[in-house]
Design a protein around this ligand. Structure first.
Ligand code: GDP
Length: 464
């Protein structure tokens, strides 16, 4: 009797707590990719190569590996979360839907800020997204190796006393770190150096790191792990056997499989042949899983067979899903397994979630087209901040019908199309020239908005 209770308790614990999903955000060139590579690389060089697993679009670093990297900092018996799952596609636009209701692309984020550059436009964008989605985050103040005032230290920094820590950051570096703390506080975040932060729920910890040399990376992982364990355990409770729930990261062609979606699964299990509902451009798509794919171990990869078919995948993990009819699937949209549930209910749920990330539009304004729902939402919120109204906002390439909508605007400044990371179809280009509709294209949100603002200013000057 007691045996079975114990076994049940064990099974419960193993089955119900998932890995927190971590997103890495920040301005271009501030070091997101280098940091992710370092985390993967150090984990591998700690001799735990077998333990670290690469998924589609995500890398799982188990607790044992983190504890190995962090030395005495992390006693694995203090934790019951299994580790951390890093989303590998830094700066991915669908991050702006990080925590749309119920659906979580990421539970927690690392904001990478170059200590030489401080806050830059994409840092601002990222902070706005984190604020709006109420995602807890810490700041990796990166490239400390390049700044005078950094005293490299072989030891494990987090173990040091507060004074010792402070001694390691002096002069220029100290000033710059406080600059970052100041910028965070301008955005209403109470921030401080991580060794002084008592409560990471109300305060943002700043961790000095060098993604290049790896200094501070164990501290970063330790803080993330501690933060998750302390404040996120409740949210990590899942029904591992239940129907899978996840978020689409990317929609891609895969040789031999047609259109597939790369997704992050944050609850339950997805199996081959499962019926699934995926958020699509026009409406939810209902289809059946043909195959689930994950990367093969490096040593087994041959160019044409980087993936292996797996019968099932459980949260939290990244997975490539091959199924018919995925052409209209959208990055950032929810994905749900129907299994044993009413299909109509599941479709309604997906619709409701999609509606929540839909962009509200005005009677008059500009037309916006973007590559993903996430980027659409981010652009809409940026335009809203600078009081530029939107008449239509959609995912997809710029087509003639978009030009026709722009063309009917009452004011010349609204006869405009803003295209973010999408193509302008030839027919649309021709029609726009013919009708005098301006199309602005960019793949950086603030540049897109800036170019439009400059255009409006020029136009107003010319009219005076
Ligand atoms: P991302 O655009 O944010 O992904 O930035 P990358 O990871 O591509 O880094 C941009 C550049 O900064 C690359 O040349 C990196 O080698 C360099 N870099 C990144 N982290 C560090 C660091 O900690 N120290 C130094 N010295 N260079 C770094």
């Amino acid at each position: 009797m007691s045996d079975s209770t114990e076994a049940d308790a064990d099974a419960d614990e193993a089955a119900t707590l998932r890995t927190p999903i971590v997103a890495v955000l920040g301005h271009v060139d501030h070091g997101k990719t280098t940091l992710l590579d370092k985390i993967r690389g150090s984990a591998v060089s700690e001799g735990e190569a077998g333990a670290i697993t690469q998924h589609i679009g995500a890398t799982a670093v188990p607790l044992s590996t983190i504890s190995e990297m962090a030395g005495e900092l992390v006693d694995p018996t203090d934790f019951d979360l299994p580790g951390l799952l890093y989303i590998d596609t830094p700066g991915h636009h669908s991050f702006s839907t990080l925590r749309s209701r119920g659906g979580a692309l990421a539970d927690i984020a690392v904001l990478v800020v170059d200590v030489n550059d401080g806050f830059q436009p994409q840092t601002e964008e990222a902070v706005d997204i984190l604020k709006r989605t109420q995602t807890p985050f810490i700041v990796a103040a990166n490239k400390v190796d390049t700044v005078p005032g950094w005293n490299p230290n072989e030891g494990v920094p987090i173990q040091e006393s507060m004074e010792q820590q402070s001694e390691r950051v002096q002069g220029d570096l100290n000033e710059r770190l406080y600059g970052i703390i100041g910028e965070l506080s301008d955005h209403d975040f109470a921030a401080d150096m991580y060794w002084r932060v008592q409560n990471f729920q109300n305060n943002v910890g700043v961790v000095p790191v060098s993604a290049m040399t790896g200094e501070g990376v164990p501290d970063l992982l330790t803080v993330l792990m501690g933060l998750s364990q302390r404040y996120m355990k409740d949210e990590m409770q899942i029904d591992v056997e239940g129907p899978g729930a996840g978020t689409v990261l990317e929609v891609k062609e895969a040789q031999g499989f047609g259109t597939t979606v790369d997704a992050v699964l944050y609850d339950g299990t997805i199996r081959e042949d499962d019926e699934i509902v995926v958020g699509g451009l026009e409406a939810p798509i209902t289809t059946d899983v043909r195959a689930l794919l994950q990367p093969k171990p490096l040593e087994e990869i041959r160019t044409d067979q980087a993936f292996e078919k797996v019968p099932e995948v459980s949260a939290a993990a990244g997975v490539k899903i091959a199924a018919p009819d995925l052409d209209d699937a959208m990055a950032g949209a929810p994905i749900r397994v129907v299994r044993n549930r009413d299909r109509g209910r599941v479709i309604a749920d997906v619709e409701e979630e999609l509606a929540e990330i839909e962009v509200t539009t005005e009677e008059q304004g500009v037309v916006v087209k973007a590559d993903t729902l996430g980027s659409l939402e981010a652009i809409a919120s940026t335009l809203d901040e600078v009081d530029i109204p939107i008449v239509r906002a959609e995912v997809g390439d710029v087509a003639p019908r978009d030009v026709r909508v722009a063309e009917t605007a009452e004011e010349e400044k609204h006869e405009v199309l803003l295209a973010f990371s999408v193509d302008v179809l030839d027919d649309a280009k021709r029609l726009a020239e013919q009708e005098g509709v301006r199309i602005f294209e960019h793949d950086v949100i603030y540049r897109l908005v800036e170019e439009y603002e400059e255009y409006v200013e020029e136009m107003e000057r010319a009219q005076q």
